[in-house]
Design a protein around this ligand. Structure first.
Ligand SMILES: Nc1nc2c(ncn2[C@@H]2O[C@H](COP(=O)(O)OP(=O)(O)OP(=O)(O)O)[C@@H](O)[C@H]2O)c(=O)[nH]1
Ligand SMILES: [Mg+2]
Length: 261
């Protein structure tokens, strides 16, 4: 299996159907799985179970006593079987169509990680209001000052990223905070990262789970990582434009087509 998509869910019943349909279309022809790690107290697990009945790629891990987003994502990592693991929110703010370009960029440029970015040409964070932009910009700024391992990446604090599963086989990932990507960037083993542009969308259904507690946990996480982070000397960071990404996708598609002949 080439890819595991880990999706943490908390009361996202209105979004998971569209999400699965769009991921299925985006990854057509590839062997992948979608792992929902769910802490919901509404009918989301029932909706996911129905989706799983019709789609063998869908897996559900429902936790009766949910312990939050961070532990959910790390549980998803433990369950993942793919050569690559992607993490994506369920609320469609991360367009599922970006998964194929992410995988194509990793394979074509031989990169350990792919981090889609709102802040490089072709990207946009139009899905956030001005207040949220300010909060999220400040959080990013603090993180980049404190942690050398995330400084080289333009968008290290979203919940959208992909990496080779082996990169975390020995990583000491601690489930604190909301921003698992910074934990992975600080603690995993990797040599290369590629960034590709993407457009962050607005949440249309369901409610945001963001709270003041999240900000406090983020600051605690950053403080802890200042002491724990690994040194990553000589990491190669490649920034791909839209044309380069399209070329990688064509390459992936052509390899797939010829291997099917
Ligand atoms: N398993 C699990 N998932 C969670 C939990 N809290 C949030 N999530 C999921 O994590 C993802 C991100 O949560 P959001 O509320 O969208 O947070 P956000 O994207 O930072 O905030 P918005 O921009 O306001 O949507 C979504 O898929 C949520 O369903 C939790 O306690 N457990
Ligand atoms: Mg969201």
């Amino acid at each position: 299996m080439i890819l595991s998509v880990v999706v943490p869910t908390f009361n996202e019943s209105e979004n998971v159907g569209d999400l699965v349909e769009r991921i299925d279309r985006a990854l057509s022809g590839l062997r992948y799985e979608i792992i929902f790690v769910d802490d919901s107290n509404d009918d989301t697990p029932d909706v996911i179970e129905k989706l799983a009945e019709n789609n063998p790629a869908v897996r559900l891990y429902h936790r009766e006593k949910g312990t939050g987003l961070a532990t959910a994502v790390i549980d998803g990592f433990d369950l993942a079987k793919g050569r690559y693991i992607a993490v994506m929110d369920a609320d469609l703010q991360h367009p599922p169509e970006i998964l194929r370009p992410m995988l194509a960029a990793c394979l074509c440029r031989k990169c350990d990680c792919c981090i889609p970015s709102r802040f490089i040409p072709g990207g946009s964070d139009g899905g956030l209001n001005p207040y949220r932009k300010l909060v999220s910009g400040t959080a990013r700024y603090i993180g980049k000052i404190a942690l050398s391992s995330i400084r080289r990446v333009s968008d290290p604090t979203s919940g959208l990223f992909m990496f080779r599963r082996e990169c975390i086989s020995e990583a000491d990932l601690r489930p604190i905070g909301w921003k698992i990507m910074i934990e992975v960037l600080a603690m995993a083993d990797y040599d290369s990262i590629c960034e590709i542009p993407y457009v962050f969308c607005e949440r249309e259904h369901g409610e945001s789970k963001l709270s003041a507690k999240v900000t406090k946990e983020y600051l605690l996480q950053v403080a802890g990582l200042m002491f724990r982070q690994k040194k990553h000397p000589g990491v190669r960071v490649e920034r791909l434009g839209e044309k380069a990404v399209a070329k990688c996708v064509r390459k992936l598609d052509s390899i797939r087509t010829s291997s099917q002949r």
